[in-house]
Design a protein around this ligand. Structure first.
Ligand SMILES: Nc1ncnc2c1ncn2[C@@H]1O[C@H](COP(=O)(O)OP(=O)(O)OP(=O)(O)O)[C@@H](O)[C@H]1O
Length: 362
């Protein structure tokens, strides 16, 4: 089911929340809307579901008009037949698992035999077949979310919408459920739009990620594209580039362009940074910073450890450079590292290889 969202705008109380959103989603694609709280992800999803009326723009699914604001065409939610799964499972507490899943089919007046068969198949697909007669309070959080998933899938005619469906689950279950969601998307051949503010979830699940910022689309790309080539400081920050430094000047030194960066750092420009100019930014991840003496071309500098924290496989160290700007550096968490970095104050030299730098225009 191909989804076409064109020039979508929506304001609440005169406050513009969606500002000319355009996205074309291919049949069978899994798309994630990624962005901070309040950027308009849920509002976009609700416009597709028919739970919000946009002020401008259109939404078409497989050529069928869901919304055409200009001539006030607005297909009611129940006629859109999209499956929805929300953060709160919103199961009916007085209904069994199978009755919960059957509910949307009943509303669509599905014949009894077909209803029974579709409920059974969908419960099997989400691994809840053996719990069909239980009630929500007899299920764990993960099981309840599976039932909510089944209820969304059972009535979907090819389009599934997910609004942060895993945020109430613990970390381990979240990872298990996200591959389950992707498996079911592929199994049913759906087109899915998934809202999250968790970049790991977006990268793991999606064919394409759409980063939203203040009601506009900031970047659209495959997980690898947004992860390695963010287009702006906002996108870079959102996909985990901890270090973003502005370029203040570029000058010639012994026939070679060298950039002066925020924090008093210098960078001889190379292949990855040839387009750097004053006002633009360079971004790099903490894992690309090496604590050592200068090596090949890149950013070389020194600073004072401010503090550090254990983050699982590595230790995250904040290093204060010249003007108090802090660089985030990931170092292997060895016994030595704990002694060296734990309490701050240690002087360190660092190196960031030029090929690991990304230039951002804004
Ligand atoms: N019915 C409403 N009336 C007024 N303002 C609203 C309404 N719905 C959403 N908003 C506002 O629109 C903005 C965008 O909300 P939306 O729920 O789309 O954001 P989001 O990106 O999904 O954020 P979150 O991750 O917190 O859910 C917010 O500032 C919100 O307060």
């Amino acid at each position: 089911m191909h989804i076409d969202i064109s020039s979508l705008s929506k304001a609440f109380n005169g406050n513009p929340i969606l500002k000319d959103i355009n996205m074309s989603i291919s049949s069978g694609e899994f798309i994630t809307l990624l962005g901070p709280s309040g950027c308009g992800k849920t509002t976009t999803l609700r416009c597709v579901a028919g739970l919000e009326t946009p002020d401008q723009g259109s939404i078409k699914v497989e050529g069928k008009t869901f919304v055409q604001a200009q001539n006030k065409t607005f297909l009611p939610t129940h006629k859109r037949q999209v499956g929805m799964v929300f953060q709160s499972y919103a199961l009916w507490p007085h209904m069994s698992v199978s009755a919960n899943v059957a509910y949307p089919l009943k509303r669509q007046k599905t014949p009894q035999a077909e209803l029974k068969q579709r409920v059974a198949t969908t419960l099997e697909a989400v691994g809840m077949g053996q719990h069909a007669n239980r009630y929500p309070h007899e299920l764990s959080g993960g099981q309840q979310q599976r039932v909510a998933l089944a209820r969304g899938l059972v009535s979907a005619r090819g389009v599934m919408l997910f609004d942060e469906p895993l945020s109430n689950l613990d970390a381990k279950l979240r990872i298990a459920m996200r591959s389950e969601i992707r498996r079911l998307h592929d199994k049913f051949g759906n087109t899915s739009i998934y809202v999250t503010h968790d970049q790991d979830e977006a990268l793991a699940l999606s064919d394409r990620v759409i980063i939203m910022n203040g009601g506009v689309v900031e970047q659209m790309g495959t997980p690898a594209e947004v992860h390695t080539r963010p287009v702006s400081s906002f996108a870079a920050d959102f996909v985990g580039f901890e270090n973003i430094l502005q370029c203040q000047a570029v000058s010639e030194e012994t026939g070679r362009p060298v950039a002066s960066l925020q924090g008093g750092l210098r960078l001889p420009l190379g292949a990855a940074t040839a387009s750097l100019a004053p006002g633009k930014f360079v971004a790099f991840r903490s894992s690309n910073v090496i604590i050592c003496d200068p090596q090949e071309t890149g950013i070389d500098g020194s600073g004072t450890v401010r503090d550090s924290s254990y983050t699982g496989e590595s230790r995250t160290v904040i290093v204060d450079i010249a003007d108090g700007t802090g660089l985030t550096v990931a170092v292997p968490d060895t016994v030595d590292a704990v002694t060296t970095y734990r309490h701050g104050g240690t002087e360190v030299r660092f190196h960031v290889p030029e090929p690991s730098l990304v230039v951002l225009d804004r």
